[in-house]
Design a protein around this ligand. Structure first.
Ligand SMILES: NC(=O)c1ccc[n+]([C@@H]2O[C@H](COP(=O)([O-])OP(=O)(O)OC[C@H]3O[C@@H](n4cnc5c(N)ncnc54)[C@H](OP(=O)(O)O)[C@@H]3O)[C@@H](O)[C@H]2O)c1
Length: 333
């Protein structure tokens, strides 16, 4: 009999109706792939919440197990790329989107989606970071590569209490930058300062005056997780030759901006796509997260849940009300 395991299963019993239950699945239910991994930990990302409620921009085929993040031990690898027992991280590509993902105790994937757990990180720590950590680190890496220096002035992070935002605040502070955290949850100011933000501002303070074609230059750099008016205002208030990274759309997928910040101030807009980030660059960023950018306060940035605790977190995330990242423990599920 094929190996059995527990998983969160999203089903679509009728048009526009999606149910989520924890079921026993079998290895035969999983897509083809060379690599089978016993998942120890996963984490909840915005994309997972969208997949779990049937958003067709993420997942079109059901039944489906979401989870774009997984870390665990290799069970088998038919092409010899990994040895049984080796510890690996599998994130992004198609994991948890159209391929069954990390909210199951087993995944079966192409071996080229996996990377060896870097020395210096445990499986648990790797999923405290997860795709949010990878995305935050890619954003910081791009700002550093664009020439942003720690003494250049305030670096804005939007959606600061979110997964990507909070990790970007902590990583920028660790790298010596002065961070301004913009949030809709001012009651979380002490938490954001604890992560290293020098200043915490209300979300609306970023967009104030953004009807003007250009705003007073304020930000030496920006990590934006929100999109829409927020990203547009951040671009208009970036200093000459400053860079802005764009990874998210929790506010809106639109970008109502003009060309003036680009042609009069030389502002650069850098897109971040963690899903298709090439493996060599991905490994280099994970190595940084395990060494010079290793965050000591990761445990304080997550709530640990089992599969049974996911529903509440998914609903809170969709309302923009989640205060910590959710680490999913599959070993105890
Ligand atoms: N491009 C990539 O590779 C990549 C990778 C990972 C994530 N993402 C995207 O990045 C975004 C953030 O992901 P995440 O996992 O960090 O999500 P998250 O944990 O849900 O955080 C999003 C944060 O944005 C703020 N927010 C929520 N609704 C908002 C609204 N309507 N207007 C303005 N701010 C709002 C909230 O923070 P405050 O209350 O503190 O403002 C919220 O905590 C998502 O759009 C996600 O799809 C992209």
């Amino acid at each position: 009999m094929s190996q059995q395991f527990k998983a969160l299963l999203v089903e679509q019993p009728e048009k526009k109706v999606f149910t989520r239950t924890i079921v026993t699945r079998s290895l035969d239910d999983l897509p083809e792939g060379e690599l089978v991994v016993k998942v120890h930990y996963s984490s909840l990302n915005f994309k997972d919440a969208l997949s779990a409620v049937g958003n067709p921009g993420v997942t079109r085929n059901f039944p489906h197990t979401p989870g774009i993040d997984a870390a665990g031990e290799v069970v088998s690898c038919s092409d010899g790329a990994f040895k049984p027992g080796e510890q690996v991280i599998v994130t992004s590509y198609d994991l948890g989107m159209e391929s069954d993902g990390g909210f199951g105790q087993l995944i079966r994937v192409p071996s080229k989606w996996a990377l060896k757990l870097p020395k210096g990180l445990s499986l648990k720590e790797s999923m405290m970071l997860g795709t949010a950590g990878l995305t935050a680190a890619m954003s910081v890496h791009e700002l550093v590569e664009s020439g942003l220096k720690p003494d250049a002035g305030p670096v804005l992070v939007t959606g600061a209490t979110g997964g990507v935002g909070s990790l970007a605040v902590a990583l920028l502070a660790k790298a010596g930058y002065q961070v301004t955290a913009a949030t809709g949850k001012l009651d979380e100011a002490a938490y954001l300062k604890g992560l290293g933000a020098s200043e915490v501002i209300e979300r609306s303070a970023v967009t104030e005056g953004s009807e003007r074609p250009l705003m007073k230059p304020r930000w030496a750099g920006v990590v934006d997780c929100v999109g829409g008016e927020t990203l547009a205002a951040a671009i208009k208030a970036t200093v000459p030759l400053g860079s802005v990274t764009c990874c998210g759309l929790v506010g809106s997928p639109d970008l109502p901006v003009n060309v003036f910040p680009f042609i009069l101030r030389g502002v650069r807009l850098i897109g971040i796509d963690s899903a298709e980030y090439p493996m060599a660059s991905r490994s280099a960023v994970w190595q940084k997260l395990a060494a010079e950018w290793k965050l000591e306060n990761l445990a304080g940035m997550v709530d640990e849940v089992t599969l049974g605790g996911l529903e509440e977190k998914i609903q809170a995330m969709l309302k923009g009300g989640l205060k910590r990242r959710s680490l999913v423990n599959l070993l105890d599920s």
